[in-house]
Design a protein around this ligand. Structure first.
Ligand SMILES: Nc1ncnc2c1ncn2[C@@H]1O[C@H](COP(=O)(O)OP(=O)(O)OP(=O)(O)O)[C@@H](O)[C@H]1O
Length: 276
């Protein structure tokens, strides 16, 4: 069962040596249970910071993040720790960082399951079943260094879903892969989502990955700057009432551009630009 995610006016500030870096400046985002979302955006826009907050690795400086109904700002350290270990799967950038190099894939998966099994006391999927799901059937005895880059990335996914999380967070899973490897990783993500209804959030620089996941959320200057869904572009109203336009449209209109707001009788609204 997938976990829903709700971010309301999420702000995150890093404090380093007396100065503040505002990484997120008011993120409003809702992700339904079982949805797949790609987070895209320029370098430094705040994608990794948002993923770290959703993973419960840091707490927001302000605003509210709710995961599966848990307000993570209000959880104790122990409760947050339990949520991280059992309900939220994280696949860090760089497949090898998620895998123990000297252990077989079976053992890597088993180690990831051990804590969840003890905490939740539920039956977890067999490691072979998990490997089947990510397209690595029959490779349980292999060690990470014996795999191709694409297989290693899917092995990292297998470890990320080993404990049966309701939310899977994946950072740049295809950045070092060719198109075949990328397609296999996307297929694995879709298979996990289809089989388990897992909510999946992927940070990616590859627009194709975003398109195939269905929903693309652009992060720009620390906030949500528009969305794409099923090939259509949408503007987004932020929590402070500003409207964020899709990046390729925004580039055509300098700050201060006026749009005529045209509301039809049926309530639909169009923004009309006036060109000289
Ligand atoms: N640990 C940190 N300490 C201080 N500043 C940080 C830290 N991590 C990130 N930042 C700053 O926060 C802002 C957002 O960074 P973040 O890594 O979240 O962006 P990103 O969109 O993931 O970038 P990239 O695509 O390059 O990974 C940037 O200005 C960055 O320099």
């Amino acid at each position: 069962m997938g976990l829903s995610v709700v971010c309301r006016r999420v702000v995150h500030i890093y404090r380093i040596e007396g100065s503040d870096v505002v990484a997120l400046s008011g993120v409003d985002l809702s992700i339904s249970s079982g949805e797949m979302v790609a987070l895209v955006g320029p370098s430094g826009s705040g994608k990794s910071t948002l993923i770290s907050l959703l993973a419960g690795l840091m707490r927001p400086s302000a605003g509210r993040i709710s995961i599966g109904g848990y307000d993570i700002g209000k959880l104790s350290d122990a409760e947050l720790n339990r949520l991280r270990g059992t309900e939220i799967g994280v696949v860090l950038q760089g497949a090898s960082r998620n895998l123990l190099p000297y252990a077989s894939l079976h053992r890597n998966i088993w180690l990831a399951q051990r804590r969840a099994a003890a905490t939740r006391g539920i039956e977890l999927a067999e490691p072979d079943e998990i490997l089947d799901l990510v397209g690595l059937s029959g490779l349980g005895r292999a060690r990470p260094h014996e795999l191709t880059m694409g297989q290693r990335q899917r092995a990292a996914l297998a470890v990320g879903i080993a404990a049966g999380p309701g939310l899977l967070l994946v950072d740049e899973p295809t950045s070092q892969l060719d198109t075949v490897g990328r397609d296999e990783v996307v297929a694995a993500l879709r298979a996990v989502n289809a089989a388990r209804d897992t909510t999946i959030v992927v940070v990616t620089h590859d627009p194709e990955v975003g398109t195939r996941l269905g929903r693309v959320v652009t992060i720009r200057d620390g906030r949500v700057g528009a969305e794409g869904r099923d090939g259509q572009d949408f503007a987004v109203v932020a929590g402070d009432g500003t409207v964020q336009l899709p990046p390729e449209i925004l580039g055509e209109f300098p700050p201060g551009t006026l749009f005529l707001v045209d509301q039809d009788e049926d309530g639909s609204v169009r923004l009309l630009s006036k060109r000289d």
